[in-house]
Design a binder for this molecule. Structure first.
Ligand code: HEM
Length: 178
């Protein structure tokens, strides 16, 4: 395989992963979230959990693929060392590359909080054997409500950060955003 073919494949992987990530965060925030409000809460919780599970896999796969394909592209074009120097900020495309990576990082941070902190709180079950009191049930409900509010906020934050990364990425080949 020639270097050009490899770079082309990496670009396709990068672009598809970006499309899947941005498409799915927009779908879940602007289409799925309002639709869930229209069905009975008990059903909405089940659908949200199932879709959330799938979304956890697709979202993380896209984020990892973006990182690997981006890094490999930099490596095979001999620019990997360059991103660790201040020279990166000296020209437009370099600045946009930095913005793309920064917003990827923000998306990873908020996805980590969603996957490992908020979703476990939302999914936590009270076992009968633990003999929960009414106060325990109330406390869990309050925790779940807070977790759900924060999940909504971080979903919106992911819409914003991943879209900004995409815009910065698309601008690289056109001299950068500024
Ligand atoms: C949410 C995360 C990201 C999104 C949405 C994104 C999106 C994009 C888009 C749309 C392009 C333009 C591709 C084209 O012109 O066909 C691009 C290019 C690129 N991205 Fe990303 N990207 C992300 C994260 C990353 C990361 C983490 C890295 C590296 C560690 C990276 C490295 C690159 C490179 C090297 C290019 C090619 C620049 C060039 O034209 O030379 N990207 N990205």
């Amino acid at each position: 395989m020639t270097l050009l073919t490899l770079l082309f494949i990496l670009r396709i992987v990068h672009d598809l992963a970006a499309a899947i990530l941005v498409g799915s965060v927009i779908f879940s925030y602007f289409l799925l979230r309002p639709a869930l409000r229209l069905i009975p809460p008990a059903h909405a919780v089940v659908v949200a959990q199932r879709v959330g599970n799938l979304f956890t896999y697709t979202g993380w796969t896209a984020l990892v693929l973006l990182f690997l394909s981006g890094l490999l592209r930099l490596y095979y074009t001999g620019r990997l060392g360059f991103i660790f120097t201040l020279g990166l900020f000296a020209h437009g495309p370099g600045r946009s590359l930095a913005i793309m990576i920064l917003f990827w990082f923000f998306t990873v941070v908020s996805s980590t909080a969603m996957t490992f902190v908020l979703r476990p709180k939302l999914m936590k079950k009270l076992t009968i054997s633990a003999n929960p009191t009414l106060a325990d049930v109330e406390k869990r409900r309050a925790t779940q409500m807070t977790a759900s509010t924060w999940l909504d906020r971080l979903q919106l934050s992911n819409v914003i950060t991943s879209t900004l990364a995409l815009i910065a990425g698309a601008a690289i080949a056109h001299g950068g955003l500024f």
